[in-house]
Design a protein around this ligand. Structure first.
Ligand code: BES
Ligand code: MN
Ligand code: ZN
Length: 510
């Protein structure tokens, strides 16, 4: 569905041929086609098109050329404005993703099935990056979930591009291929996370998480193990079991392991796989509750990142992923406010609010994983608190950590892939808010700093391991509207952050 071609783009028969143009008022945009340049001459002069971000110029070359052989063979030509080139590599990378996403959006609107894209040669950005980010933008913007639209008239069905063909625009084609492959792996992983999230609560169950893990392992050679309810009982995972008590579906703890086979550091990923969060006995209000099918987006991101890791097989890092999965329901056996549970590491917790369930299932997974795998670093990803939306809105993922170096690496990874994060503080004062009269901890910390106290809860279960927590409650869906990511559905948030981090992993300073 995406490939490279060395053919002259203007001689390619295709539904849509895409060029990019840099914004400029003084000269013609740096287009690689003299023919398209000709067509742009007047719109440029009239200032109808000057290459501004998302500005489009569009024409039908065959109609223009009349009866002779048309100079451009494509049915349609589209020129997409990149805007003025921004400063900094990450900014430029995002600029390309956005422009490529805009191109894909227009292609879908036109119902173009085969689309050729000429990569722009951009000052300040390596050709591999250009190819990588354009590929990401194209694939992410072409995402579609129509599995349950069965009786919609054909003309109302959303459209999708079938094949993208990249033209290297005169750049080093080996680098372009390398970039395209990176972009493809990352974008398809994020799409896999979106697919999981788009499934409703009765479609994406804890068993679905387990099946995904097993299938991925079978296909790629990762190791998958699934802890069942009986195993959890033996291990004393009171958090997952407690949250699952009100449900009729059994919980699962899905574990995927990628090993380099060498003595390399181990990164442990943990994702909240809450397949539906009703709040439990501390029931949520009805309005908007349907969105709580997305409460498994952390788990989805972690498994999707493992899909990419399994494909790329990095040589520098062992990666283990854990996804505690259950729904949070209010059946007659459900856990009640005031109940006390005992976590895997022996810490007891007073469950004051059954809706603060994410930390309960993560706590067991973190404590178990840290003990069993002795990782060098731990990252958990979770739609953990509504409070993070109050603090950061839908534009930054919340980052909380006990380690400055790890934090910096994650922020840099997020910047590089267009998934921004913002670090919030932690500390003793906040941890104190979790003191219970009757147990070691309670599961809510009162009114203030809800995102921070949730992180403080998790911190109790990672010992001294360098650890970071990503609160994606504001960004997993409803994320900043972008050409390659609709704010309406799930974003696949953090999948690409984790992958970028793994690709660029630098040993933690001790
Ligand atoms: N899954 C929710 C957090 C959430 C809320 C995610 C809104 C996305 C949008 C989590 O389990 C939860 O219910 N948290 C409570 C915690 C509170 C009871 C301390 C919350 O944020 O209200
Ligand atoms: Mn909840
Ligand atoms: Zn939840």
């Amino acid at each position: 569905m995406i490939k490279l071609s060395r053919k002259d783009p203007d001689k390619t028969h295709t539904d849509l041929l895409v060029y990019f143009a840099v914004e400029s008022t003084t000269k013609m945009p740096g287009l690689q086609s003299t023919e398209v340049k000709k067509a742009l001459k007047q719109p440029w002069k009239e200032r109808d098109f000057s290459g501004k971000t998302d500005e489009l110029f569009f024409y039908y070359p065959q109609q223009i050329s009349g009866r002779g052989t048309p100079a451009v063979q494509a049915r349609r030509v589209l020129v997409v404005g990149l805007g003025e080139l921004r400063k900094g590599e990450s900014e430029l990378r995002e600029q390309l993703r956005i422009a490529a996403g805009t191109a894909a959006g227009k292609a879908r609107q036109l119902n173009a099935k085969n689309v050729s894209v000429v990569l722009p040669d951009i000052t300040g950005l390596a050709s591999a990056d250009v190819a990588e980010c354009a590929t990401e933008g194209l694939i992410l913007a072409n995402y579609l979930f129509v599995k349950y639209k069965k009786n919609v008239p054909k003309e109302d069905q959303p459209k999708q591009v079938r094949n993208f063909t990249l033209h290297d625009g005169g750049m080093n084609s080996r680098q372009v291929r390398k970039g395209m492959n990176l972009g493809k792996t990352a974008a398809l992983a994020a799409c896999a996370a979106r697919d999981m999230a788009n499934e409703p609560g009765n479609g994406w169950t804890p068993s679905a998480f387990a099946n995904f893990g097993r299938k991925l392992a079978k296909r790629t050679g990762l190791k998958c193990s699934v802890l069942e309810k009986s195993n959890m009982k033996k291990l004393g995972m009171g958090g997952i079991l407690g949250v699952n008590q009100g449900s009729s579906s059994p919980p699962k703890l899905v574990i995927l392991e990628y090993a380099t086979g060498k003595k390399k550091p181990t990164l442990m990923l943990v994702g909240k796989g809450l397949t539906f969060d009703s709040g439990g006995i501390s029931l949520k209000p009805a309005t908007g509750m349907q969105d709580m099918k997305y409460d498994m987006c952390g788990g989805a991101a972690v498994l999707a990142a493992m899909q990419a890791v399994a494909e790329e097989k990095p040589g520098n890092l062992n990666v283990v992923a854990l996804v505690p999965a259950t729904d949070n329901m209010s059946g007659s056996a459900a856990i009640k406010p005031g109940d006390i549970i005992t976590h895997y590491n022996g810490k007891t917790s007073e469950v004051v609010n059954t809706d603060a369930e994410g930390r309960l299932i993560l706590a067991d997974a973190l404590a178990y994983g840290v003990k069993k795998y002795k990782p060098d670093a731990v990252i958990d990803v979770a739609t953990l608190t509504g409070a993070v939306i109050i603090g950061l809105g839908h534009h930054h993922t919340g980052l909380l950590s006990n380690n400055d170096h790890l934090s910096k690496m994650i922020i840099a990874a997020g910047e590089k892939c267009g998934e921004p994060l913002w670090r919030l503080p932690m500390g003793r004062e906040y941890s104190k808010q979790l003191k219970s009269e009757v147990a070691d901890l309670k599961n809510i910390g009162g009114k203030g700093a809800g995102t921070i106290t949730a992180a403080c809860y998790l911190q109790e279960f990672v010992e001294d391991t360098p650890w970071a927590h990503l609160d994606i409650a504001g960004t997993a869906w409803g994320f900043t509207e972008k050409s390659y990511c609709s704010s309406k559905g799930p974003s696949g948030m953090s999948t690409r952050t984790l992958l970028t981090l793994i690709r660029n992993w630098k040993a933690l300073k001790s």
